[in-house]
Design a protein around this ligand. Sequence first.
Ligand code: NAD
Length: 464
Amino acid sequence: MTTNEQAPLDAAQLVSGLRATLRQGRTRPAKWRLEQIHGIQKLVEENEDEICAALHSDEHKPRHEAFISEVHAVISSCKLTTKNLHKWMAPEKRSVNLAVWPASASVVPEPLGVALVISPWNFPFLLALDPVIGAIAAGCTVCIKTSEVAPATSALIARLIPKYLDTDAIQVVEGGVPEVTALLEQRWDKIFYTGNAKVGRIIMGAAAKHLTPVTLELGGKCPLFIDDTVDFQVASRRLLVGKFGSNNGQACIAPDYILVEEHLAPKLIKQLKSTIVEFYGEDPSQSKDLSRIVSKNHFQRLSGLLDDPSTADKIVHGGERDEKTLYIAPTLVENPPLDSPIMSEEIFGPLLPIITVKDFDAAIDLINDKPKPLAVYLFSTNKNYVKRFTEETSSGALVTNDCILQFVVPDLPFGGVGESGTGAYHGKASFDSFSHRKSVLLKNMGGDVSARYPPFTPVKQGLI
Ligand code: NAD
């Protein structure tokens, strides 16, 4: 039984109900779409305290962080969509050439259809609802599968959605692997998945059966290179708030490891240590501004990375842990071997390796030796480095002299490439992600030219 004591899932019935609503055309008019998006905004505004409490219960998320990164982010997305929906829905005129004249051509966005949104635990409110705003904006019906790893938030979403939204068109399913498996057996018109790449492969495999288009928002190891053209104090603040201030490192775009030239490492590490103390005090376990690790499994996974013989003696700051409260201190690790577990898999927690490299070229090589990340970060004012980073590395996003802010620029599509994902969303990209752009050519019965039709006599071919 799921957290909200839902009836057992009948996935086939759920999809056929959503499909029936779609066929009625109820989700097509802009009016319905705007009402539902307004419903989401109202849901968030009227339940802000409960949402923050659920996020605190699931991962000890500090209220300020929960408000900014989940509550406020969903409201902003609703407002942006409301403001632009008519513009996004409008057909785009295209020119026609003489061969088809007289005619008019346009690209008309149409809803892909019945959509499935599968969400993860790390931003369990935002990452469940933000894609749904895109699906509704596009005119789809949608099923949201919340994450079982964030049970309080999942239960809250399941309870609130029916109070504010049209449940014939928007359904919530709680649960874990069995529920996803049952849902994936159905035919969907779009699957939007956020989570790890291993499950991403399962999703893509299931989608292939019906040639269902997918967006896969995955993760990976986001590298950060820093040189001495920047102020280390400002840089440390920005990169550490991107790491520890973002769900304590449990964020897909948190910097995963730092690359720095060897001679700069002592100065950088000294500054990073001092900034950690500035942010979280001498004993970060007492700070109110630090999330906890989401579950015992993830606590043990992260402990395993630190305790690995390759890494255990490389900790230069932090390392303290308490399994009972799922606390792991902000931790710096200097030069773990490149083939160690901490440098081989996505860390997704408050551990930050600092890897020394010979020079900028070596940093680029190291980045390119790994799968394409969701983001690369460059702290440098060297214009040539910026150009080379842009041209010589491939990633979902590139940011200079800051971290994670790409997430809050709605005009920038958010998504990965290769191992870090496929497709993108945010702003108009969310609308596009759930739309098919249909080419429409409208001809009338005039302008018939006999040269188009056989028999192709020499006269018609222009030979005589
Ligand atoms: P998770 O464990 O909550 O799983 C994500 C979803 O997949 C859940 O709904 C879960 O029920 C389902 N799932 C899990 N195992 C499954 C299986 N075997 N078969 C079918 N469905 C299954 O979250 P997670 O994967 O631990 O999330 C963390 C990962 O997500 C990290 O890799 C992170 O980088 C990535 N992430 C990416 C983004 C992004 O926007 N690109 C955002 C957040 C997280």
